[in-house]
Design a protein around this ligand. Sequence first.
Ligand SMILES: [Zn+2]
Length: 50
Amino acid sequence: MRDLIAFQCEQCKRKNYTGSRNKKKSTEKFANKKFCPACRSHTLHKEAKV
Ligand SMILES: [Zn+2]
């Protein structure tokens, strides 16, 4: 079972990336530094629902 998730920029709240994850294996939320086109810089992206 895989859940579709989105990565949301912490600063502008845009959803810039999507992905999937195994719900059974990982219960903690992802938080990655990714490039945000809106902020034009690398910001912290947190997992959010699509
Ligand atoms: Zn942003």
